[in-house]
Ligand binder design. Structure first.
Ligand code: GLC
Ligand code: CA
Length: 553
């Protein structure tokens, strides 16, 4: 396998709104991030992925962009960005921007032009259709509730928005729009940014016959088969690669919901000239129930392992994957598949070990490195996320669900679980700000914060730092092949990595019980223990949430 820096890197995701406020308005900003760069260098990460920092009316916290070449007023200025980029580079850190080009904001100049008349030059930058018998062109629902079509009275037509109605979908079938996006990307790359995370990039090519979607058990039709991995998506990404990406040594990661391993081989194949890696969701959907992510089943570990194994072996030598448990759209992993009570520290370390020793590029989402948990909000008014608020409204007002039940569903899965401010220290507002914050700080910041953990070598933070250092010191972590162990075992996630003469065994107990380790080809020997999250060690047994990595040379 070719050696490349983006395979060897660890990415750290920042949600700028919630990272560090520098000017006392309760909202994180670019200067705040610059101030924290030395912390990230100390942690050892290589690439910082910034969630969108561009001008936006913030219907979806920056994922609705009204000017791709200006900085969101609340986050600062272009000078602040230039300073952030320069300081990051001085410290050896790379900056990856969030490219949100499946849609823009309805307040983008392009859209205001587009909506103004049918023959405006920008009309075809977006997807306009006539209604059908006075109704929407088809039955698709938007990802944030309601129809995916919005009627616009100016021209008596509908525009498509696969997310909120303030996020109209861009029309990638229009070559003028594509070139516009490519020149905007070039502008940022010439400024020196080190790559792009591409928001829902596998949705840019739609089936333009716009068939109705399956409505079974849902309020609206499902657009997935007609929007995800559409007819020209690979052609458009290859064009982007040829015209833009191939000219720079940068990192690209495609957020790609609903992709198979076969799809990923094209998006992120070593020789397909599209993207470096995918960021896919199959493992994140394993505990979904009847209402998708709003209904959670207990984790089926055998199924989770089956999914990871499929991806690990399917892409080996062919393409590249991202490894993650968290991002700004997921509840906190320690609350989800770990234990955020008595075993918080241990289970967070176990989860980190399990993920970082797999093949792929690991992503750490802000706060994961200190074991931040879901937030215990008690009222729907404490939530800010458009998706959570719309979903609550659908549950209560359209489905007629009991309010308490609806609230419990939101609480468990809301994206706001990941969006409470970063917990830096135990001062009021957690060192994030000095005033009331845009979303409330999780009150557990008093115990769970960076300052406490930096001073404690046994902390989750130091453990993550060691995981990163271990990756840097051992090529097997990056380039070794993967083989599952004990596939049918319901409590232990175990696998083997091999590179040349070297072998690595990873053993993780996903439960709060002590479990017996099946015997296997390797006889445990404490001298081979390279990573361990426990103080005690007993051959053949794993204590609650215990994780062991043996490196056998
Ligand atoms: C992606 C982002 C999510 C956003 C959506 C629409 O899934 O991760 O936060 O709401 O796209 O841009
Ligand atoms: Ca601020």
């Amino acid at each position: 396998m070719d050696k490349t820096w983006w395979k060897e890197s660890v990415v750290y995701q920042i949600y700028p709104r919630s990272y560090q406020d520098s000017n006392g308005d309760g909202i994180g900003d670019l200067k705040g991030i610059t101030k924290r760069l030395p912390y990230l260098q100390w942690l050892g990460v290589d690439v910082i992925w910034l969630s969108p920092i561009f001008q936006s009316p913030n219907d979806d916290n920056g994922y609705d962009i009204s000017d791709y070449q200006n900085i969101m007023t609340e986050f600062g200025t272009m000078e602040d960005f230039d300073e952030l980029l320069e300081e990051a580079h001085k410290l050896g850190l790379k900056i990856m921007l969030d490219l949100v080009v499946n849609h823009s904001s309805d307040e983008h100049r392009w859209f205001m032009e587009s909506r103004s008349s049918k023959d405006n030059p920008y009309r075809d930058y977006y997807i306009w259709r006539e209604g059908k018998e006075g109704k929407e062109p088809n039955n698709w629902g938007g990802s944030f509730g309601g129809s995916a079509w919005q009627y616009d009275e100016v021209t008596n037509m509908y525009y498509l928005h696969t997310f909120s109605k303030k996020q109209p979908d861009l029309n990638w079938d229009n070559p003028v729009l594509r070139n516009e996006v490519f020149s905007m990307m070039t502008w940022w790359l010439d400024k020196g940014v080190d790559g792009f995370r591409m928001d829902v990039i596998n949705m840019i090519s739609k089936d333009t016959t716009f068939p109705d979607g399956n409505k079974e058990g849902r309020l609206y039709g499902d657009f997935t088969p007609y929007v995800m991995n559409g007819p020209h998506v690979h052609a458009y990404l290859q064009e982007m690669n040829e015209k833009v990406l191939s000219k720079y040594d940068v990192m690209t990661v495609g957020e790609t919901p609903a992709v198979s391993v076969e799809d990923a081989k094209k998006y992120a194949g070593f020789h397909t000239n599209e993207l470096n890696m995918v960021f896919q969701f199959e493992h994140m959907c394993v505990d979904e129930g009847r209402y998708g992510k709003w209904s959670r089943k207990p984790l089926d570990l055998v199924e989770l392992k089956r999914i990871f194994t499929k991806w690990q072996t399917g892409l080996d030598g062919i393409g590249w994957n991202s490894l993650y448990w968290n991002n700004h759209d997921q509840p906190r992993i320690v609350s989800r598949w770990g234990n955020d009570k008595e075993y918080r520290v241990k289970s967070a370390k176990m989860l980190g070990t399990c993920l970082h020793m797999l093949q792929g590029t690991p992503y750490i989402y802000q706060g994961e490195e200190i074991g931040m948990t879901n937030v215990d909000f008690t009222s729907i008014h404490q939530y800010k996320d458009i998706e959570s608020l719309n979903q609550y409204d659908d549950f209560v007002n359209k489905i007629g669900m009991d309010k308490e039940e609806a609230f419990a569903r939101i609480k468990r899965s809301s994206r706001d679980n990941a969006r409470t401010p970063m917990q830096w220290d135990s001062s009021q507002y957690a060192g994030f700000s000095t005033v009331d914050t845009w979303i409330e700080v999780n009150p557990n910041y008093v115990d769970i914060n960076v300052e406490n953990q930096i001073n404690d070598e046994t902390s989750i933070l130091h453990f993550y730092r060691n995981l990163i250092a271990f990756r840097k010191a051992n090529e097997i972590v990056v380039y070794g092949t993967y083989e599952p162990l004990f596939e049918e075992n319901e409590t232990i996630f175990a696998y083997k990595r091999t590179l040349g003469e070297e072998v690595m065994y990873v053993l993780c107990n996903f439960t709060d019980k002590e479990v017996k380790l099946p015997s296997f080809e390797y006889e445990e020997n404490k001298k081979d223990l390279a990573i361990h999250n426990d103080t005690a060690w007993e051959k053949g047994m794993l204590r609650p949430y215990e994780a062991r990595v043996y490196l056998v040379k």
